[in-house]
Structures are given as C-alpha cells and as structure tokens.
Design a protein around this ligand. Structure first.
Ligand code: ADP
Ligand code: MG
Length: 301
C-alpha cells in the first residue's frame, strides 16, 4: 500500500450558512500527482486553504506528512510549495528580489534551479512585479512554489493564464517533480488539462467528493471507438459475439464499433481477413467528466 501523505476525515467548512465543503474524506498518496477536479464554486480552494491551515474547518481532521495540520502547521508548511488561486505579490519589488526574499525565507534554495525554472517558463526576473501581466505573475507564483523542491506541491488551478506552450512546460515540470519523489496536489476545473499528468483524480461537486479514480483504470474501462478498413467484405456477424463489443456497423468494407476494455478479441477476429487499416480513438474521459457535471453551469455553488 502506498503511504498517504494527505488524509482528511470528515472535513467540513461552512461559511455562515453557505456550505463550502461537506464531509470530505480525501487521501493523497506519497509520490503521486493527484488531480482535484470540479467546476467553479465546487469547493476546491476551500479544501486547499483548510489543508494549509489558512482557514479552520468547521469540523473534521487533516493529517499531512502524518502530522496534525493545525498543531504542526509551521513544520508542515516548510515542506510545501503552494500556488494560491489568487496571488497577492509585493508589487514594489522586482521578480528576482521577490524570489530572493522567498529563497531566504525558506533557507534551502538552489538559485540555479530558480534560474532554470525562470528559463523554462520564459520568465524575466528583472522586471518589477507591478509591471507584470497576469500570466507573468502566475509564472512568478509557480517559480516560488517549485523553487525549494518541496515534498508536497499544492497548486490551485495552476494552468489558468498559461498559454498552451507554457502549459506543456508546466506539465514537464510536474513530471520532473514526480520523478524526484515529490507529491503533487493540483486543482482544476478542466479534466483534459490534467488527465495526462495525473495518476488519480478526485471529483468534487457542491462541496462533496463524488468519486476518486485511477486514470489508468478509467482508461481501461472506458469505451474505445474502433474502425477497421478491410480489403474484402466482412459481416457484422463475424464480430457480434466478441466480448465488450457494441454498436457494430459495416459499410464499404469498413467495420465500426465501440469496445470496452482490451482490444485483443477484436484484433484476433479481424486477423481472419485482410486488413488495410485500423483506427482506434482514445477513450474520452471528458464524457465521464460531463456525466458528473453536465448539468452544472460554471457558476454552480
Ligand atoms: N470567503 C468566503 N465567504 C463565503 N463563501 C465563500 C467564501 N469562499 C468560498 N465561498 C463559497 O464556498 C463555495 C466553494 O468555493 P470555492 O472553494 O472557492 O470553490 P472553487 O475553488 O472550487 O471554485 C462556493 O459556494 C463559494 O461561494
Ligand atoms: Mg478556486
């Protein structure tokens, strides 16, 4: 069993009468990238802020690194890199000055790594913070979160404001962090953005954790769309009895179907004929996402 690095039990936060999060039982394992997914207003930021002890839960318990998140808050935070959803920065400083300030605060920062992060994210450290665009402020936020190679990265919607190219760089940084044994907790309201890097995803809706999945399991179970182009006529009946196969149709020697699970049976059946081409479409996890949130609009609360 993998070791749990974050554990919450019955975590609940009410804002007066408005529920923020309700009875959240969450486990994040050491060394994984955990995606925390849900539309705006679902409770992602509330969860993250309670994890970090910035706000106190109404009820429930949080353990991080095996320690009580409130009593050991200082020790825990020294091992965490955090990107807040809304970043407040000291506007009078230059990027480099602010990063030096964070670096001194944290004590064990390799400045070469800071320079590497700035280079990878194409961030100009010499500019005063007040002149930075929101995208560049976001990059500064990412650099300060990663700079001390924390054991745990907690990133609240980190891809917002990054262009597609920078998103790729960011994912590479995440995978590097994982390769170094760091654990990542990342919130997002867009599944396709994070599914490629996450080991597991948890779905939160209206303050409640509705499901947690291994991405690899999800992909194994999800439906794949297959098209096989044959050099000769085939009949639906040649494929109809295969396990996991559905929605079969044949037109112009092209067989179309959906398959759940392994493709082995279909491939072996197809091999009785001459095959020109085969197209397999990746299972669409977004359909699963939509099955949770399809009727929520973005401002759901
Ligand atoms: N400071 C606050 N005061 C009152 N209600 C809040 C506050 N912060 C969040 N909420 C409410 O809690 C719910 C969850 O919000 P939030 O955690 O920010 O969601 P997310 O980060 O998933 O968008 C929403 O209904 C939101 O309006
Ligand atoms: Mg939020």
């Amino acid at each position: 069993m993998a070791k749990e690095l974050i554990v919450t039990e019955g975590l609940t936060k009410n804002y007066g009468k408005t529920p923020g999060i309700i009875d959240l039982d969450l486990e994040v394992r050491q060394g994984e990238i955990f995606g925390f997914l849900g539309p705006n207003g679902a409770g992602k930021t509330t969860t993250i802020r309670t994890l970090l002890d910035f706000i106190r839960p109404t009820k429930g318990k949080i353990t991080i690194f095996g320690q009580d998140s409130h009593k050991e808050s200082v020790a825990i935070k020294s091992r965490i890199g955090y990107l807040p959803g809304e970043l407040e920065l000291y506007k009078k400083l230059r990027g480099s000055e602010l990063l030096h300030y964070f670096s001194n605060l944290r004590g064990r920062v390799d400045w070469k790594y800071v320079e590497k992060l700035a280079a990878v994210l194409e961030f100009d450290m010499s500019k005063p913070v007040k002149t930075l665009s929101s995208g560049n402020k976001h990059k500064l936020g990412l650099i300060q979160a990663f700079m001390h190679k924390p054991d745990l990265l907690i990133l609240d919607e980190p891809t917002i404001g990054l262009d597609p190219l920078m998103q790729q760089e960011f994912y590479r940084l995440l995978l590097e962090a994982k390769a170094e044994g760091q654990t990542v907790f990342i919130s997002s309201h867009i599944l396709p953005e994070v599914e490629r890097v996450c080991d597991r995803v948890g779905f939160i809706r209206h303050g409640q954790l509705v499901d947690v999945f291994e991405i690899s399991e999800l992909k194994k179970r999800a439906l794949r769309q297959i098209e096989i182009d044959f050099a000769e006529p085939v009949s639906k009946d040649d494929f109809a009895n295969l396990s996991g196969i559905k929605d079969i149709s044949v037109a112009h020697n092209i067989l179309s179907c959906t398959v759940s699970g392994s493709l082995d049976a279909v491939i072996k059946a197809a091999a009785h004929f001459t095959v020109n081409n085969i197209i397999s479409r990746e299972p669409n996890l977004e359909d699963i996402f939509l099955s949770y949130y399809g009727d929520d609009n973005d401002d759901a609360s």
